[in-house]
Design a binder for this molecule. Structure first.
Ligand SMILES: [Zn+2]
Ligand SMILES: [Zn+2]
Length: 385
């Protein structure tokens, strides 16, 4: 992407691999809400720096084609040995390892001096260029964490690990401090997921895995509400045809008049955070996970009404963490119950992606869009020996 609304095909030199790095053949890379915001011109900088030109794609599953000796021993997060032909998921962020957050292992990814964020890293014009998943190959720099994918986990399920890791962190936070006295989310509790793009859908699934009771979904697009019903939702409310007040009222009526135990804001619009605060019961929990890119949009907040008087737990979740092994286990265990690959509405080649950003940015036309730079990968891994 070279400017808002402009995505084009470019050719870059094939990168060089040394002892500490690797080259990945991209099998599948998800298009994220952040790519859509940037394409629509709603955000043009990341951490104060212009993002253009950049190669998007941070939800990546690839096959190792080259790997240096040191990297082969240490690049897998769990130190499983790696070799060419292995399928891996790619941790988005490479951190400095020395700042306060890194030294305290705080949330793994809050680093003050981040070295790399694959697929969100500005400047595709400096070597080694290939830092995003919307490409045939990627250069994997020293210090990156990879996660070897279990043989039996298909690529089109494993590719959800990054977004599912966000939901994993969200629900882990929402369960604090102690559900049995109704302080924190627990089995049987009600949940409302506001915004059912891929991230919201995965949050609804993750809440269900945690044993959610009544599950409510809202979205502007019927296509996505149908997907929510198929995957987890007991009640689906179209937000294009109802007012925020009517939705809050409907949720109260469904929850003994008090409001939802847990409300997840995954629409990525600031005003939906206010709706979440209106919708949650007193002492309930709100997770803010949707507003990820800086769009300069603000909303008025009545501190007394929305926060102080509600005794509410509010958690924000900005990162997916770097420990994905439990999330891969969840995907493998839950795949028979939740058909994750059915979330994928489009599988596009690189040239198609550039041509179809109109569809990709229209929530009425797509759910999850995956980029397949080498054509659709089979359900089972292809070994390259
Ligand atoms: Zn993402
Ligand atoms: Zn750091």
């Amino acid at each position: 992407m070279t400017a808002p609304g402009t995505m084009e095909m470019r050719t870059y030199p094939y990168p060089q691999c040394d002892h500490d790095s690797a080259i990945l053949r991209v099998e599948m890379a998800g298009v994220c809400g952040s790519d859509k915001h940037i394409f629509k011109g709603e955000a043009s900088s990341i951490r104060g720096q212009s993002i253009f030109p950049y190669i998007g794609g941070h939800e990546v599953v690839g096959t190792i084609v080259e790997i240096g000796g040191n990297a082969a021993r240490s690049m897998d997060f769990d130190h499983q040995p790696l070799r060419p032909g292995d399928r891996v998921a790619l941790a988005v962020e490479v951190n400095c390892g020395t700042c306060w957050y890194c030294r305290h292992h705080y949330n793994n990814t809050t680093c003050d001096n981040q070295v790399m964020a694959y697929g969100i890293h500005p400047n595709a014009d400096t070597a080694p260029y290939l830092r995003g998943g919307f490409a045939e190959y990627m250069y994997i720099m020293p210090g990156t964490s990879l996660f070897k994918i279990p043989e039996e986990l298909p690529t089109d399920v494993a590719v959800f690990v990054e977004e599912m890791a966000v939901a994993y962190h969200s629900l882990a936070r929402a369960t604090q401090p102690f559900a049995a006295v109704k302080e924190g989310f627990g089995p049987g509790d009600s949940v409302a997921v506001l915004g059912n793009g891929p991230l919201g859908l995965l949050h609804g699934i993750m809440a269900s895995i945690h044993g959610a009771g009544l599950r409510i979904a809202t979205d502007l697009a019927d296509l996505r509400l149908a997907k929510a019903r198929e995957m987890y939702a007991d009640v689906a409310i179209n937000a294009a045809r109802t007012s925020p007040e009517a939705r809050v009222q409907q949720v109260r009526e469904l929850t003994e008049g008090v409001g939802a135990d847990l409300v997840i804001e995954s629409a990525g619009e600031p005003e939906v955070f206010i709706e979440a605060l209106d919708m949650v019961r007193k002492g309930g929990t709100v997770i803010e996970v949707g507003n990820w890119v800086e769009t300069d949009k603000t909303v008025p907040l009545n501190v007394m009404k929305h926060i102080a008087s509600k005794n509410v737990h509010i958690h924000s979740v900005f990162h997916c963490g770097t420990n994905w092994r439990p999330v891969l286990n969840i995907l493998r265990q839950q795949a028979p119950r939740y058909p994750f690959a059915a979330l994928i509405s489009h599988r596009l080649g690189l040239d198609e992606l550039a041509a179809k950003m109109g569809i990709v940015t229209n929530p009425n036309e797509c759910v999850k869009v995956e980029v397949v730079p080498h054509g659709a990968p089979g359900a089972l891994p292809r070994r390259q020996r």
